[in-house]
Design a protein around this ligand. Structure first.
Ligand code: NAP
Length: 262
């Protein structure tokens, strides 16, 4: 039987591709045939991601950059075009926002949160847009359920994610004209390094093991299970691929039941 490779011949850019959700998405798109431009700050971690992709028979290019710097997203788009002559998909995933009490969060922390996840995504999408237009391509934002249900500790992250959701709808309108699909995925809690650190803290605070801490977390969060980065990658591949072609301006929760509202 022939292997199905829906992204054969396609070029994708994935930000925050060195670990966690972004790496899983990059690995999945490469497995499905795309050549992927990987970006994050840590060059060694990016090389590890590239090695994982190549081990699976895929292809990747890496460009270490701090995407908070105003010229970095444009350099990333130019890099992908120089290497491969086109851009078919942009996955805006890189994000890191400071949690904390509203009164304690500083201007610098707010600015930093928006600099990467919001302005980094705006600048990259804008730089890639003419190429996406030529390719009749697609943009995917990895936002987060905090965009609609933020919670007291998530003022920055929630605001940044909400801004991306609004941008998804606005750009979907522009994409209608230009032949570019634009969608967003809102993950709930996903098993990444950050979750592992939260679990370890909970286990220590309650003097219990990690397995017991996870059960306690699930009960408190009222969700079916913790998501895996591969869960997000599978949905990303569906949204970006031919089977997801009817999705446009969609904001999709992938959260094990965490979002209780309509
Ligand atoms: N994990 C969850 O439960 C969850 C839930 C909802 C939404 N999300 C969203 O999903 C996305 C990925 O989350 P994750 O948990 O996989 O994150 P993560 O494990 O912390 O990975 C973040 C990625 O972004 C890169 N990055 C961080 N700062 C950067 C910068 N200034 N310039 C370029 N790259 C940078 C990191 O590499 P370097 O540090 O080397 O730069 C890394 O590759 C984020 O936008 C997050 O808000 C996550």
């Amino acid at each position: 039987m022939n292997e199905v490779r829906p992204f054969a011949g396609k070029i994708a850019i994935v930000t925050g591709a060195s670990r966690g959700i972004g790496r899983a998405i990059a690995v999945r798109l490469a497995r499905d045939g795309a050549r992927v431009a990987l970006c994050a700050r840590d060059a060694a971690a990016l090389e590890e991601a590239r090695a994982e992709i190549e081990l699976g028979g895929g292809a990747a290019d890496v460009l270490p950059l701090d995407l908070r710097l105003p010229d970095a997203p444009g350099r990333l788009a130019a890099f992908a075009v120089e290497r491969n002559g086109r851009i078919d998909m942009v996955v805006n995933n890189a994000g890191a926002t400071q949690r904390g009490e509203f009164e304690a969060l500083t201007d610098d922390e707010w600015t930093d949160g928006f600099a990467l996840k919001f302005f980094g995504a705006v600048r990259l999408t804008r730089a890639a847009w003419p190429h996406l237009k030529l390719a009749r391509g697609a943009v995917l934002f990895i936002s987060g359920i905090g965009g609609r249900t933020p919670g007291a500790q998530f003022g920055i992250g929630g605001s940044v994610n909400a801004a991306l959701l609004s941008l998804t709808k606005s750009l979907a309108d522009t994409g209608l004209r230009d032949g570019i699909r634009v969608n967003a995925i809102c993950p709930g809690t996903i098993r990444t390094q950050r979750f592992q650190a939260r679990l370890e803290k909970l286990a220590e605070a309650k003097s219990i093991g990690l397995a017991a801490a996870e059960l306690e977390f699930l009960a408190g969060a009222k969700v079916t299970r913790i998501g895996e980065p591969e869960d997000v990658a599978a949905l990303a591949a569906f949204v970006l691929g031919p089977e997801g072609s009817l999705l446009h301006g969609a904001i999709i929760d992938l959260d094990a039941g965490a979002t209780k509202t309509v």
